[in-house]
Each structure stands twice: as structure tokens, then as C-alpha cells.
Design a protein around this ligand. Structure first.
Ligand SMILES: Nc1ncnc2c1ncn2[C@@H]1O[C@H](COP(=O)(O)OP(=O)(O)OP(=O)(O)O)[C@@H](O)[C@H]1O
Ligand SMILES: [Mg+2]
Length: 259
């Protein structure tokens, strides 16, 4: 197996990881616009355990972002069940969803989603604003998070004064400052050059080694290969291991088969 061969382990050995963080059962998501309905998720079962590093791949329009929005409590299922870190998410209202989102999840987006008028450390302290963390502690924790991503000398710079890779590292600092159960990243390296991609993936590796749960969406096989498991989404369902291996083989730069 070459160093670049994808790791496909749809069935984790029992006991290798911790408690389930994500439990999706028979998940369906139907979008309605006027009289038109579109079933973007058509019965997804997915379990991700504490400490796993999972990449979600699949063709454009297959339902990856829809799945991510569900996992991130940014949207709710039409039918089926979602348990996040032991909480039943199905029937929560907006305020409850916001609370659980804030406590359990750190987000990293393709477009960084930083507030342009705020210095780096003020962007990073934002997830702590919802809790009852005193301001001096918020600042200290934000600075520590920025030091951890290698931006200790850029604490007071605004996003516009930082490179794309640095902005994404600020976003990673923001995602981890509140010590969430899980980091959820949608195309986090989609706007980065190869050096910044390596930096950001290196940070994810470190977080994974520290036991964090990481779920990332990517179109790039080389990025997905950093994860310990690849989930392939196709037409609103999760492909079985054989189809996943075929799909990754075809998507791969050398076209080599997986597993
Ligand atoms: N709000 C919406 N209303 C109606 N249809 C939607 C809505 N959001 C997404 N869809 C449809 O659901 C399907 C899945 O969309 P989704 O954004 O999850 O795909 P994706 O896998 O993330 O694609 P990409 O790789 O291009 O980001 C697509 O066919 C899309 O057109
Ligand atoms: Mg998408």
C-alpha cells in the first residue's frame, strides 16, 4: 500500500474510539420550494465516535453540505433521528440548537467567515461570548489558541491584514477555543495554496492526536487521506464500502484502487 493509498475503514473495531458523538438514524432531508420537493438525504445512517477523524466526500450535489448542516445543528431533519454527544437534537428549538451548537461544535468554513472589523483575537474569543467566561479569561484563551496555530505575533491584526492561510488558522483557533466536542469543517482547504493547506491539515492532525473528533468535507483525495475514515455520499445516501473504494479509486490522482 503506497503512502497515498486511501484509508477506508467503514467499520471501526469496537473499542478503538470513545463514545458515539454522532448518531444519525434513517436521516431524511426534504427541501421544499413552492410545490417542488427535493429529497437531498434519502435515509442516512452514520455513527462517528469520540476521537475519530472522518472525511466526507462525494460528487457535487450529492448532499454533503446538507449532511454537514444537519451534523452542525444548522438545520433539522425532515424525518429520522440525530443524537449529538448524547443529546436528542430532533425536537430542539432555535435557541436550544444554538446552545448545543456553541457547546459541542467548532466550525471551519471554506470562506473563513471571520468578521473583518475585528482583530484576530476578537474573532477567536467570539464562541466564548455565549458562555459566562469573564472578558480577561476570554482574551487569554483567545491568545493561547492563536499561539497554538502559530499566530502569536498576529493577535491584533484584522482579517484583511492576514493571508488566506493565516485567516484560516484564525478560524481554526476560533473553532477550538471553546474546546468543543467536535470540529466540523466544510472544504477548509478549498481556498488555500498547498503550503497553507499543509499547515491547516497539520493542525487537524494535532487536534486528532489530542483526541478531538474531526469531520471534514473535501473534494480533494489528498486532503481526505489525512482522515482515518472516508465516507462517500452519493445521491443522498452513504455508499457501501465497495462502492466507496471504487469511487475513491476513480477520484484519485493516479486512479489507484482503494483498500
Ligand atoms: N435550500 C435548498 N432548497 C432546495 N434544494 C436544495 C437546497 N439546498 C440544497 N439543495 C439541493 O440538495 C442537493 C444536495 O445539495 P448539497 O449542497 O448538500 O450538495 P453538496 O454535496 O454539498 O454539493 P457541492 O459539492 O457542490 O458543495 C442538491 O441537489 C441541491 O440542489
Ligand atoms: Mg457543498
Amino acid at each position: 500500500m503506497s503512502a497515498l493509498a486511501p484509508t477506508v475503514q467503514p467499520h471501526m473495531p469496537e473499542g478503538e474510539y470513545g463514545e458515539p458523538v454522532i448518531q444519525l438514524t434513517a436521516a431524511r432531508k426534504v427541501y421544499r420550494s413552492g410545490t417542488i420537493e427535493f429529497e437531498a438525504l434519502r435515509g442516512v445512517d452514520l455513527e462517528i465516535r469520540q476521537g475519530e477523524y472522518v472525511a466526507i466526500m462525494g460528487p457535487s450535489g450529492s448532499g454533503k453540505s446538507t449532511l454537514m448542516n444537519i451534523l452542525g445543528c444548522l438545520d433539522t431533519l425532515t424525518t429520522g433521528h440525530y443524537r449529538l454527544a448524547g443529546h436528542d437534537v430532533d425536537d430542539l428549538d432555535e435557541a436550544e440548537l444554538a446552545e448545543i451548537r456553541n457547546k459541542e461544535i467548532g466550525f471551519v468554513f471554506q470562506q473563513f467567515n471571520l468578521l473583518p472589523s475585528l482583530e484576530a483575537w476578537r474573532n477567536v474569543e467570539l464562541p466564548l461570548m455565549y458562555g459566562r467566561v469573564p472578558s480577561h479569561e476570554r482574551r487569554a484563551r483567545a491568545e493561547r489558541a492563536l499561539e497554538r496555530v502559530g499566530l502569536g505575533s498576529r493577535l491584533a491584526n484584522k482579517p484583511g491584514e492576514l493571508s488566506g492561510g493565516q485567516q484560516q488558522r484564525v478560524a481554526v483557533a476560533r473553532a477550538l477555543v471553546a474546546e468543543p466536542t467536535m470540529i466540523l469543517a466544510d472544504e477548509p482547504t478549498g481556498n488555500l495554496d498547498s503550503v497553507s493547506t499543509r499547515d491547516v491539515l497539520g493542525l487537524f492532525d494535532e487536534l486528532h492526536e489530542l483526541g478531538r473528533t474531526i469531520v471534514l468535507i473535501t473534494h480533494e483525495l489528498e486532503v481526505a487521506q489525512r482522515a482515518r475514515r472516508i465516507v462517500w455520499v452519493r445521491d443522498g445516501v452513504i455508499a457501501d464500502p465497495a462502492e466507496t473504494a471504487r469511487a475513491i479509486g476513480h477520484a484519485g490522482p493516479g486512479g489507484g484502487a482503494a483498500a
